[in-house]
Design a binder for this molecule. Structure first.
Ligand code: 4AD
Ligand code: MG
Length: 462
């Protein structure tokens, strides 16, 4: 075959954007997968993807193409190597196609390949997680997932936040909610491995990253977290990724400002850098998705207290709205249906709910002067509900100590309390659920469809 194999499909697309750089008749050699193959006897078309771009490239072949007799039998899903000539088609939807000179089969694909060129349900595809990255929707999701992760690092790195690797195995339940997975070993006595400490998978890197904020000022952790909640919903996973910045010398208002600016930045980044994928989601998954995201980027997020939220929900019930839980009382933990009413029906956009009753929130949150509420904020967005939770941290040693004892979170966290004794300061932070954010940005309705290999109660295939 004629040419070096350095060129990729993506490069072709990139070069096409810069006018005149891609030459008609240029010969390229590529490896990739057949998405479909049809021919009418005299001319044939292969939808081809080499993994470097969301869009497929059309390969055209005729009886004159070398190896024609084999090419007509290339099946959907098979791996091939091709040599062909670029033909620019500026008037078509696809800016170029490749006229085959020759093509070989590298890996055949048997006839029972489940991803044929037709619509498959997400439920069906969920059961073949090892093959679904090749289906259009999932190809787009995992591309966006990649860019989103990069945008997150870029946002913080551009602003001199330091990235901290907090541990996955820990002896603390950072949220104090008792939803931990225990880690045991085969080592003689299964709990003796860590010298008698009971080990679990982390539910949040917050407590560990707080210590770093008190040395480096602005820091973040971004990694997998684990929750043993038996919640079989479309929004809960047992393993998910979380972004947790922590900022020193910053109160709840600063925290919300950061959250809002951060969210707008990463949404803009994805819209700009994943144009093909986002257009696909806008037409195939959620009509109006781009309008929704543009609205978020251009709006000021509403800030409302929990107490005001309760009043709005009470009024909704009075006006005849039916929630599954219609018993709206100050002090209750809001369910998703309540959060969604506030953000979807009342505000019609993203909103912060702040100053929650202290008994429904975690022990580390700053107590407000009313003695009843804490300086916490949840960011609620339409369709998803809570996407992000944050708070100002209790920096007063005595207040925090008392609360930890009262709530039973004092054991093993002496080191955390010590941060209030040795040069503490006002500080705040938040946790953004990466997978829920990806659902919101792509319009996907189920967390199982935005994670490469979802872990949820009742299933651990793969
Ligand atoms: O509200 P959470 O529990 O807050 C914390 O863990 C704090 N330590 C964060 C901080 O202040 N540093 O969780 C934060 C976010 C939620 O808003 C939600 O988006 C996501 O994590 N989340 C889940 N995502 C998927 N599946 C689950 N089971 C989740 N639980 C929480
Ligand atoms: Mg929360």
């Amino acid at each position: 075959m004629a040419q070096e194999r350095s060129i990729t499909n993506q490069l072709l697309f990139e070069r096409l954007k810069v006018k005149d750089q891609l030459k008609n008749d240029e010969v390229v050699k590529l490896e990739g997968w057949v998405r479909s193959n049809r021919n009418n006897g005299s001319i044939g078309f292969i939808e081809f993807n080499d993994g470097s771009s969301f869009k497929n490239v059309q390969l055209v072949y005729t009886k004159e193409t070398k190896n024609y007799d084999n090419i007509v039998h290339f099946r959907t899903g098979c791996t091939i190597q091709i040599e062909g000539k670029i033909v620019l088609t500026p008037e078509n939807k696809q800016p170029f196609e490749i006229h085959l000179i020759d093509a070989f089969l590298l890996g055949d694909c048997s006839e029972d390949y489940p991803i044929q060129k037709k619509r498959h349900s997400f439920e069906f595809l969920r059961d073949i997680a090892h093959l679904r990255p090749r289906a259009n929707t999932f190809n787009a999701i995992f591309r966006v997932r990649n860019k989103l992760a990069f945008a997150i690092h870029q946002y913080f790195q551009e602003r001199d936040f330091m990235y901290v690797h907090t541990p996955e195995i820990t002896s603390n339940d950072a949220e104090g909610a008792g939803q931990v997975f225990h880690v045991v070993s085969d080592f003689k006595d299964p709990t003796a491995f860590f010298g008698g400490s009971s080990a679990s998978l982390t539910v949040s890197g917050q407590l560990h990253v707080e210590a770093f904020a008190l040395a480096f000022r602005n820091v973040y952790t971004f990694g997998p977290t684990f929750r043993a909640e038996n919640s079989n919903t479309t929004r809960h996973a047992s393993e998910f990724w979380m972004i947790e910045p922590e900022i020193a010398f910053a109160d709840l208002e600063d925290d919300m400002d950061l959250m809002e600016d951060f969210l707008k930045y990463i949404i803009k980044y994805v819209m700009k850098n994943c144009e093909d994928e986002m257009n696909f989601f806008n037409t195939m998954i959620e009509k109006g998705l781009l309008d929704k995201l543009n609205h978020v980027v251009n709006s000021n997020f509403v800030r409302m207290t929990y107490t005001e939220g309760i009043e709005i929900l009470k009024n909704a019930v009075k006006a005849g709205h039916k929630f599954e839980n219609n018993n709206i009382e100050w002090g209750m933990d809001l369910q998703s249906e309540h959060e969604r009413y506030l953000t979807e029906v009342h505000v019609k956009g993203p909103m912060f709910l702040i100053d929650f009753p202290k008994h429904i929130k975690a022990f580390y949150m700053k107590q407000n002067s009313d003695g009843k509420t804490v300086a916490a904020c949840d960011l609620l967005v339409p369709q998803v509900g809570e996407i992000c939770g944050g708070s100002q941290r209790e920096e007063n040693y005595e207040v925090l100590k008392k609360k930890m004892v009262e709530m039973g979170n004092d054991k093993g966290l002496e080191w955390y309390l010590e941060l209030r004794k040795f040069g503490g300061c006002i500080h705040s932070g938040f946790g953004l659920g990466f997978d829920r954010l990806l659902m919101y940005i792509t319009g996907m309705q189920n967390i199982r469809d935005v994670e490469p290999y979802p872990r949820t109660p009742g299933s651990l295939k793969y």
